[in-house]
Design a protein around this ligand. Sequence first.
Ligand SMILES: *[C@@H]1O[C@H](CO)[C@@H](O)[C@H](O)[C@H]1NC(C)=O
Ligand SMILES: *[C@@H]1O[C@H](CO)[C@@H](O)[C@H](O)[C@H]1NC(C)=O
Ligand SMILES: *[C@@H]1O[C@H](CO)[C@@H](O)[C@H](O)[C@H]1NC(C)=O
Ligand SMILES: *[C@@H]1O[C@H](CO)[C@@H](O)[C@H](O)[C@H]1NC(C)=O
Ligand SMILES: *[C@@H]1O[C@H](CO)[C@@H](O)[C@H](O)[C@H]1NC(C)=O
Ligand SMILES: *[C@@H]1O[C@H](CO)[C@@H](O)[C@H](O)[C@H]1NC(C)=O
Ligand SMILES: CC(=O)N[C@H]1CO[C@H](CO)[C@@H](O)[C@@H]1O
Length: 744
Amino acid sequence: MHSRLRAALLAPILLAWAASADLDVYVDGALASGWENWSWSTTINFAATDLYSGLSSISATSDAWAALSLKLEGFFNAYAGFSFDFAGDPSALQLYFQGTTDNAQSAQIPLSAFPGITSTKFTTVVIDFNALPPSGAALGSGAWDRLNFQALANGATYHIDNIKFLTSITIEPLFLSAEPIGNDLIAVTTQGNVDLSTVKVKLNNATVAISNTTTYSPVDTPSKTITYFTLAKSFTAGSLAITAGTNTSFTYTLPAVRYGTINVPNTKPISPYIYGVNWPTSASYIQHLGVTISRWGGNAVTAYNPFGDFTNAGNDWYFENRVSDGGKADDWLGWVSGAGSKTVLTVPALDWVSKDSTSYSFPKSIYPDQAKFDPYNADAGNGLLANGSWVSPPPDPSRVYTPWNTTLAKKWLSGLVHKPDIVNIDNEIEIASNTHQDMHPIPMSYDEELSRVIKFATAAKEALPNVKVAAPSSCSWWFYWTSSVGYSDNTAHNNMDFLPWFLQQMKAKETAIGKRLLDYLDIHYYFQPDTSANDAAAKALRLRMTRSLWDPGYVDESWVSDNPQNHQPNNKAVWLIPRMQQLIAQYYPGTKLSIGEWASTADGDVTGGLVTADSLGIFGRYGVDGATYWATPDEKGPIGLAYWLYRGYGTYFGSNSVQVNMADNIESTFGLYAGVDGGKVSLVFINKSTAPMAFYISNVPTGKYFVRHFGGASGNAKWQTTTVLKANTYTVIPAYTAIFMKQV
Ligand SMILES: *[C@@H]1O[C@H](CO)[C@@H](O)[C@H](O)[C@H]1NC(C)=O
Ligand SMILES: *[C@@H]1O[C@H](CO)[C@@H](O)[C@H](O)[C@H]1NC(C)=O
Ligand SMILES: *[C@@H]1O[C@H](CO)[C@@H](O)[C@H](O)[C@H]1NC(C)=O
Ligand SMILES: *[C@@H]1O[C@H](CO)[C@@H](O)[C@H](O)[C@H]1NC(C)=O
Ligand SMILES: *[C@@H]1O[C@H](CO)[C@@H](O)[C@H](O)[C@H]1NC(C)=O
Ligand SMILES: *[C@@H]1O[C@H](CO)[C@@H](O)[C@H](O)[C@H]1NC(C)=O
Ligand SMILES: CC(=O)N[C@H]1CO[C@H](CO)[C@@H](O)[C@@H]1O
């Protein structure tokens, strides 16, 4: 009784107790008291002396996705931040925090977010729990007791030393950036307690008075602050100098104005369903980003067994069964539609689905000579020999799967409490002999794919009379035009490329049965140019390759133009949306066009966010009927910000697209989209270049506008303000920035 009473008295005191000293995790030789080694698939020396400060350091070598993982007996919630000395390749590793009792998990913090790290010497890294890189969001609530340095896909070898939690973080007062935006705003970002009265602005050497200042802290990243200074005079071409504090200055050359016009009466409706994602994380995610449609899709849903909620990721993860990532499909449809999003559900259309949550197709005990095994399960192999061939004989599908057919699909769909708006007939099954080699080793032919779409579309429409069907969800440009069998398959079908043949057959089917089975031609689109270097040239390429979505004059900067493999006109250009609309008009009029998967190629980079903002503008202007990003963009990262720009928190880009004409052909470095609804004009400007640009766009109504922006010198956050656009003025779009303006 005595001890229980003491515990009851102590607990609330402990919770309220602010940390009074830094908490060591590791200094020299061994973990500090209270810390346990919870690492996996990692070779660790806690007393390394090849590179150290003090007496020794930790050296660690992790397999792919393995981690140096340390757990405290207690919680580190009371601390302000975390610091450590690190030497290693920062691109090989990420850090995250966990709560083992409440399953809390922080965002992943890539070590590449910290400048200056090398493998030859230690660099001290400090993390502020109020502003985790890269987004600047707070650590948030959780019963935090574990930290993980996790290797990425190539594994990692590194040294780490002097690991500790900090009682306080000193934030040095600094002016971080100041840049021109709109007609007359200077956006200034700061950290710490700076004196804003020191900000002075000179335009062409003459001091300009400041008529108003507004300070704003963004939702999600409240530790970031922006102050908008309204100038007493509008911008004009020339030199702009902003000085702040004792010694900080920012200078810009404001360029000559460029001309354009919007033609408000000339509008076309924008499909509301272009603002979709695969796998939103929560109802609030849907509402914050204004997600209009959500897809249950990807490789792992091909084996989804709705009568047990198991799945198998196939070749994406060692052909292992697991519990379905999205939970029970019916529940998912319920919460997603409850949050205001339309739903797309994938219906498996191969012959098998997972039988449990634990089996796997290629056990080491049966196939000892495989090239790779799961770092989390040493018995589960990837099915490949070291020379890249599949092991033989192929596995018995019943080791992990149970039979699947249209009767079971109908039973499932008709029993759903929450009905999907659209069903996909499976996902990228033209490549099943790779992605699901364990259940479908034979290359998928034109005829087999068509017959599966017809069978399962028929079943879906019998079970759900109002559902729309989207198919064939081909993975990429190559498979729009041929099958896994190869060109002999084209030859066997009157030399027709796959998608036109597929449309023609689906139309013939409608003619035969008197009923449309295919409502959406669904494709997945992944930009083909290689931008993986992510250097200045790759970023510029990434930003201009959005032209492949619409521009017949844009020769694709990839293998697509080096080696045109299809029989389509103008086949060095992708010219995606008009090309597909033309094929539909020719082979199966009335079919809609959806893009069930697409991605920017750089989810963590501002250029990925600008590609996303540009693509959403293009989908609207060119009449795409539906699109869902692959997958789950981070709400606080650049891709999430692009959705927020158009749709965040109930303020929407216009539902009708307004014609825009620019005086110059500058699509590679600039996008302007205009929309209107309820008489209110909305604009999205995207400066894809690395310097500011300026516009006079005629017919843009003057008056008060709500403004949002991300990128540029201000960086990535949900920045917003209001401004007044004046007649005939010069509007500045900072470098690498997307701006949304809507009349209020
Ligand atoms: C820490 O855990 C890893 C992974 O289980 C193991 O390989 C290593 O030997 C452990 N190190 C120590 C010092 O206990
Ligand atoms: C501004 O001052 C600089 C240096 O004093 C001078 O070179 C420049 O011509 C001036 N610019 C204008 C627009 O007056
Ligand atoms: C201001 O800049 C000058 C020149 O770069 C430097 O010598 C001086 O120390 C700086 N002063 C402050 C207060 O940072
Ligand atoms: C790989 O090795 C297996 C077994 O020795 C053999 O059957 C197969 O042909 C080889 N594949 C290649 C591409 O050499
Ligand atoms: C599907 O499988 C079930 C169970 O084996 C069987 O009863 C049913 O007839 C099959 N349906 C079709 C269309 O083959
Ligand atoms: C200053 O700007 C804010 C935000 O645009 C606005 O609400 C406020 O009325 C302005 N104040 C003045 C004095 O113009
Ligand atoms: C498309 C476009 O006009 N981009 C411009 C962005 O701003 C810089 C600096 O003025 C120009 O060089 C780019 O051409």
